[in-house]
Ligand binder design. Structure first.
Ligand SMILES: [Zn+2]
Length: 234
């Protein structure tokens, strides 16, 4: 038959293990987040490069269409040249053609510059896609490791929680309520052995009278200074 203290300490031992497992689980979060953030930065860069390529391609298509239009205009002017009757008409037609040729020449130089820029942007996009593939391949192992670790901890946690609920049932209800309330205040441990004449947690001296009672009856007492449960170590 376990004493109250023994049941309480068994429960606390399980809770400390559960707390450790929960901490390990929480510690995996930043690792996963770091992997995600690193990948996301490259995904974002790919998105920006891809948008830049698309914008330049749109300009390129528009410019090609303009060049085609203006070349057709020159052709029409050429045909009109054959039909001019007067010198004045001929001069006007030549001037018009010159104008159209200048425009086309300007547009062709624009499209050359644009093609070069597009080439560069496609290079950037390709490099980033390669980066992304490399990072994803590199992260595959790390993600698998984190996943396996998480699954292992989850398994241990489930087993420990089942064990803990058995241990909790062995503790007298009143004592368990006290213990749970004290642990609820973000304390990992709620039960402390006395350290000489003092509370084992906060080191506040405990009056002799109370120490005697604890020593003689095995009673579990509350430290008025820090609020934990104390017992006299046997
Ligand atoms: Zn204390």
């Amino acid at each position: 038959m376990q004493t109250d203290l023994e049941t309480l300490l068994a429960l606390q031992a399980d809770d400390v293990i559960i707390h450790g497992l929960e901490e390990r689980l929480a510690a995996l979060e930043p690792r996963m987040k770091e992997l995600d953030q690193r990948r996301q930065r490259i995904v974002d860069a790919c998105g920006r490069a891809s948008a830049a390529v698309a914008a330049e391609e749109k300009k390129q298509a528009w410019l090609r269409e303009k060049i085609l239009e203006h070349k057709q205009l020159i052709e029409r002017n050429q045909q009109q040249m054959d039909n001019v009757k007067t010198m004045k008409q001929a001069t006007a037609a030549v001037a018009q053609m010159e104008q159209a040729r200048k425009i086309v020449a300007g547009e062709e130089s624009d499209i050359l510059a644009l093609n070069r820029r597009l080439e560069e942007l496609r290079g950037v996009l390709n490099a980033q896609a390669t980066d992304l593939a490399a990072v994803e391949a590199e992260q595959e192992t790390a993600r698998a490791e984190v996943g396996a670790e998480r699954a292992a901890i989850d398994g241990e946690l489930a087993a420990m929680r089942a064990k803990r609920s058995g241990a909790a049932e062995a503790v007298p209800a009143q004592l368990r309520v006290k213990y749970d309330r004290i642990r609820g205040r973000k304390r990992v441990e709620a039960v402390f052995a006395m350290n000489g004449m003092s509370c084992g947690n906060c080191d506040t001296a405990i009056p002799m009278q109370r120490r005697h009672i604890m020593n003689n009856t095995g009673a579990i007492d509350l430290c008025e200074a820090c609020g934990v449960l104390m017992y006299f170590p046997g």
